[in-house]
Design a binder for this molecule. Structure first.
Ligand SMILES: [Fe+2]
Length: 365
């Protein structure tokens, strides 16, 4: 929080270069705050500005928009703007008379827009992120514009920040809920179809998430890995029981049918808006590091990371599980097999991370 009586300077916060989403409800709240500021401080126009690369965009403008020839989405070069200067502390928050302020007196925008007085504060969200600037202008000087007025602006800017922050978390929660609902529906379908496949998927998920963490992936990437591992065999819902549950080796024709499951799973996931981003990774869950996998014969880094991790963990878990036609392989033998196929079938980094994980966490298998 700015100190009492001091000009607000924000030199430590980075100015974002992308616009936020402002829906109709948020716009009403912002407009009310801008009008309150404008009327209380006897200014002509007020706006909420954000930065879009080199442009300062007026997202919401209230007041004498006709007299200033400015409206929602008008923009100015950020480099020339008062707001950018205020945010990095080059000019004070309140300028009662622009002719007396060397920091703005000679700026082209001062003359072009005929700016007489300015007041502006940063718009900072709850998490400390700088979002933009909350400002008012007048064509003529305002003699008594001072720090008390800056305080008023700060209170109103906080109101707007609360509203934007609230909207942002609401959108995040809704998106997460949509993803969860889609996932649950898919998993329910999978559970009904084949109990083994579903239990197996959960075991693979635990391993895959542990490997993703060991590889130092970002949180969002770990979520992708988790979901791909969970859904990797989704396409098996389309495989006939006679093949899926066959208590012996498959014929060539049966393998051909079996090998359609990654593409089928990808197509199903692609239909769901909340999960469509996982489509390429689901499709690639049987691609091999050396390019001899299926269906697209992708190789090395062409294969999405979640697919590489899932393949490794899936293969390991399959080796140490009983199958209808054979008993489980001992864990040490399965680890040797992973090592033997590292760089051919498997991404070497995934093998290393999985082996390290198995060494450190015996309870996982
Ligand atoms: Fe699979």
């Amino acid at each position: 929080m700015p100190k009492e009586g001091a000009a607000v300077t924000v030199t430590t916060l980075e100015i974002p270069d992308a616009l936020s989403e402002i829906d109709a409800e948020a716009r009403v709240v912002i407009a009310n705050a801008l009008n309150l500021a404008r009327e209380r401080l006897d200014m002509e126009i007020a706006w909420l500005a954000e930065f879009d690369g080199p442009r300062k965009v007026l997202r919401v403008v209230e007041g004498d928009t006709a007299g200033w020839d400015l409206q929602d989405d008008s923009w100015l070069p950020a480099a020339e703007s008062y707001c950018a200067r205020m945010l990095d502390g080059r000019i004070p928050n309140a300028i009662a008379d622009t002719a007396a302020e060397p920091g703005v007196r000679d700026l082209p925008v001062t003359e072009n827009l005929r700016i007489g007085a300015y007041i502006g504060v940063p718009l900072i969200l709850h998490d400390g992120e700088l979002r933009g600037a909350f400002c008012c202008l007048k064509h003529t000087p305002v003699r008594d514009l001072d720090d008390r007025d800056v305080r008023v602006m700060e209170v109103l800017a906080r109101l707007v920040a609360d509203e934007l922050g609230f909207r942002q978390s609401l959108r995040r929660i809704r998106a997460q809920e949509a993803r969860d609902a889609s996932l649950q529906a898919l998993l329910a379908a999978l559970q009904v179809r084949d109990d083994y496949t579903s239990d197996h998927s959960h075991a693979v998920v635990d391993l895959a998430v542990a490997v993703a963490r060991r590889l130092g992936l970002a949180d969002e990437e770990i979520t992708d890995v988790e979901q791909v591992a969970l859904l990797h065999d989704l396409g098996k819902v389309g495989i006939p029981d006679a093949i899926l549950r066959k208590p012996g080796p498959l014929t060539d024709e049966e393998w051909e049918v079996m090998r359609t499951h990654p593409a089928v799973g990808a197509d199903i996931v692609g239909q769901l808006e909340a999960l469509a981003h996982l489509r390429p990774a689901i499709r690639a869950e049987h691609e091999r590091w050396d390019g001899t996998g299926y269906p697209d014969r992708l190789a090395g880094e062409e294969i999405p990371v979640p697919s590489r991790i899932t393949l490794t963990c899936d293969a390991f878990h399959a080796m140490v599980s009983d199958r209808p036609y054979r008993t489980a392989m001992p864990r040490d033998a399965a680890v040797l097999e992973l090592r033997r196929c590292s760089g051919a079938m498997f991404w070497p980094d995934a093998v290393d991370a999985l082996v390290a994980e198995l060494d450190g966490a015996h309870h996982l298998v």
